[in-house]
Design a protein around this ligand. Structure first.
Ligand code: FCB
Length: 405
């Protein structure tokens, strides 16, 4: 039997674009159509159905919920910040509080307003200023309702998918733009961190807790050869720790938000820097069970990732961890095994404060569309009917008791 602390945060995460539906002012909206991808359309109609969805979260004993604010709703045209759009999110947050669920708010989760993207998005030197104007507007109003903030979701995934691999809008494949966007996102976080703290101070509200949600992978060498060990160390630093190093140097993290899904297998054939940094295993070494999208299921990696964060001496919140699966039994096993590893890391001195499963609902999984089912709750996209999965009920027991049998 494993016991978690009494004040542990238990819940799930979502993001606006993936669940709300009809986010017509976001850059993904026209891009889905242009790129011939499945359209997000009505998604889960969570924009209207959030109260009923939060009733379900409450019935599942969640005491925390991570959501994101859709920038393109707040500022559909440059400089025209909508109080009415913000009212909606005030109500969303109040609805959580009324159900004794702590709201944790993300300001940027992959999508941008169309006008922002049309003017060069995160490459434009004015992007940080623009982002801060939106953050300022939102924070001043939400400060009294929100304590936990995530400024930017997965900066490294965002810039690599959108600017290096050309997989997401604006589909660039440029090393220089990737580097520039990475720097701007860091800057955006640091400035937003300071701004949020400043606003709380001005409003005489107790200091907030602000972080990013950082995508971390377990990086594992197929063999223990010298090249692989080098490559693992290099990637560990570059993909997992670099951003945390940078942000902690600037004293711009109150905790560390971790998104963890899978492992990254390293098998390098030459000493060329490109291979050291990027070549992954092509063989089927050390095969593991996989999720619906083919990602390795590797629970012990979460323990490893968490231990690597110990040196920063900051609280950690697992801001996302989840599986897309057709077999719901697999989902429960995934949660159970990952929780065991979270607990192990806690026993070894990592201060983990909460675990948020990705996701509360099945939703729009970006370029993969609606096929991957990540939800604790099944969504029938024809009828918008919700059905609580068995795994959700098992997880609900842990949320209630803090005990994993
Ligand atoms: C993460 C994203 C989240 C979701 C999950 C499966 O990288 O933050 O929006 O797509 O992956």
């Amino acid at each position: 039997m494993i016991k978690f602390p009494q004040d542990f945060f238990w819940g799930a995460a979502t993001s606006s674009y993936q669940v709300e539906g009809q986010n017509v002012h976001a850059d993904w909206w026209p891009w889905e159509k242009k790129a011939g991808k499945e359209n997000s359309g009505d998604a889960c109609r969570h924009y209207e159905l959030y109260r009923q969805d939060f009733d379900l979260a409450q019935s599942l004993n969640h005491n925390a919920h991570r959501l994101s604010i859709e920038w393109s709703r707040i500022e559909p045209k440059e400089g025209e910040l909508s109080l009415e759009a913000l009212d909606h999110y005030i109500d969303v947050i109040k609805s959580l509080r009324a159900r004794h669920i702590e709201p944790m708010v993300t300001l940027h989760h992959f999508t941008n307003p169309i006008w922002f993207s049309e003017q060069g998005g995160w490459v434009n030197p004015r992007c940080v200023k623009r982002f801060l104007r939106y953050c300022d507007f939102v924070t001043r109003v939400l400060a009294k309702h929100v304590h936990y903030w995530f400024t930017i979701n997965e900066p490294t995934i965002y810039f690599s998918h959108a600017y290096l691999w050309g997989m997401w809008p604006p589909q660039e494949r440029s090393f220089f733009k990737t580097k520039a966007v990475g720097d701007q996102l860091n800057e955006a976080h640091i400035e937003a961190y300071r701004l949020i703290h400043k606003i709380y101070h001005e409003l005489n509200i107790a200091p907030p807790a602000v972080s990013i949600a950082h995508h971390m992978q377990a990086i594992v060498g197929c063999t223990q050869g010298l090249r692989n060990r080098w490559a693992v160390a290099l990637r560990e630093q570059l993909y997992n720790l670099e951003i945390i190093d940078r942000l902690t140097r600037q004293k711009a993290l109150d905790f560390i938000g971790v998104n963890y899904y899978s492992r990254h297998l390293v098998d390098v054939r030459s000493w060329w820097i490109g291979n050291l940094l990027m070549e992954t295993c092509k063989g089927n070494h050390h095969p593991l069970k996989k999720n619906f999208l083919g990602w390795d299921i590797y629970p012990q990696g979460l323990h490893h990732v968490l231990l690597n964060l110990k040196k920063y001496n900051l609280p950690v919140i697992i801001a996302e961890n989840g599986i897309c699966a057709t077999d719901d039994q697999q989902r429960w096993e995934f949660i159970r095994e990952h929780l065991k590893n979270v607990h192990l890391a806690m026993q070894e001195g990592v201060h983990v404060k909460g675990y948020l499963y990705w996701s509360l609902l099945d939703n729009f999984e970006w370029a993969y569309g609606f096929a991957p089912r990540f939800g604790l709750i099944d969504v029938n996209y024809q009828t918008q009917q919700r059905t609580v999965r068995e795994s959700a009920k098992k997880f609900a027991q842990v949320c209630k008791t803090g005990v994993l049998e």
